[in-house]
Design a protein around this ligand. Structure first.
Ligand code: SF4
Length: 298
């Protein structure tokens, strides 16, 4: 799932708030918490230490709704997993979305609310382009896995654990855009960590781990001990860096293209500069394009 436990810091999972002395590391590290730190330590501090709000945008909210519907849907008996059943669940769950403060903050009118529901429904319906839900043997949904991975107190929530033949498969839904081949392997770290945690917690090593990009394609990997050791080693490195940053309260800003979408950019001078630089570049490119088009039209 895109938003695992690390996305919504619980009181048990966040570091010591600012103003209460040197931050202490969180009690557990999730893939998204690790990913945020790897992306930018300062952003991690603002989110997990200062607990500044990071409101989900439209895409994340629509994705959460689709996840919820699919979770309830896949808990049904296989023969009951029809498109009609998914529609009924979506209708039943919709009032919860409307009551959500983050959804209300989007201030949709009737037309934009309809577009939002349509987008979420397309993600839900996109499951059928990837698999026949009636043929899936589900062992668990929204499985909370906690394990010690290479000395890291890990926590993740697995969307689905499936039985395929004699093996266990870790499955996670994605409602965002499927990555190009160049970025596919990196995206699989999350499900490989889930597989490592399942192995640690149950003694059973999953045979496969996959991301289902709803309406697009699956991206998967055969699970091997080498792959698991690799992601656990990387996680341990991140955990060690988090501990070191907390000990000194030094969280470097790591500027880059994502600064333009960072919810904390207005509190981060380096990020602000980076975002402005990139905006100026985009403006210059757009202006150059317009000049060329004007010359062609003349
Ligand atoms: S604006 Fe950029 S550098 Fe600053 S916290 Fe956000 S991601 Fe990090």
């Amino acid at each position: 799932m895109e938003s695992d436990s690390g996305d919504v810091p619980s009181s048990a999972a966040v570091a010591t708030p600012v103003g209460v002395g040197i931050p202490t590391p969180p009690s557990r590290l999730s893939p998204s918490g690790a990913g945020t730190f790897e992306q930018c330590p300062r952003r991690w501090r603002m989110r997990y230490v200062e607990r500044l709000p990071d409101p989900p945008g439209e895409a994340a909210l629509a994705g959460s709704f689709a996840h919820r519907v699919l979770e309830l849907f896949m808990q049904r008996a296989p023969e009951e997993r029809t498109v009609e059943a998914a529609k009924v669940i979506a209708r039943e769950e919709w009032p919860d979305v409307e009551a959500d403060e983050d959804y209300k903050a989007l201030r949709y009118d009737e037309t934009t609310a309809k577009q939002f529901r349509w987008k979420a429904w397309k993600a839900i319906e996109g499951l059928w382009t990837l698999e026949d839900p009636t043929a899936v043997e589900v062992r668990a949904t929204e499985q909370d896995v906690r394990a010690d991975l290479g000395g890291v107190p890990f926590r993740g929530i697995v969307d689905r654990l499936d039985q395929e033949g004699d093996g266990l498969v870790v499955t996670d839904y994605k409602s965002g855009k499927a990555p190009s081949p160049r970025y596919r392997r990196g995206r699989l770290d999350q499900v490989l960590l889930y597989a490592a945690a399942v192995q640690e917690a149950t003694g059973e090593m999953p045979v496969h781990a996959r991301l289902l990009y709803l309406g697009q394609r699956p991206v998967g990997i055969r699970v091997t001990q080498d792959e698991l050791d690799g992601v656990v080693e990387k996680l341990a490195g991140t955990w060690s860096a988090i501990n070191a940053a907390c000990a000194t309260d030094e969280f470097e800003p790591r500027t880059g293209p994502l600064c333009s979408w960072c919810p904390y950019v207005d509190r981060c001078p380096e990020g602000m500069k980076e975002a402005e630089k990139r905006q100026a570049k985009r403006d210059a490119e757009a202006s150059a394009r317009n000049d060329v088009e004007a010359q062609i039209e003349r």
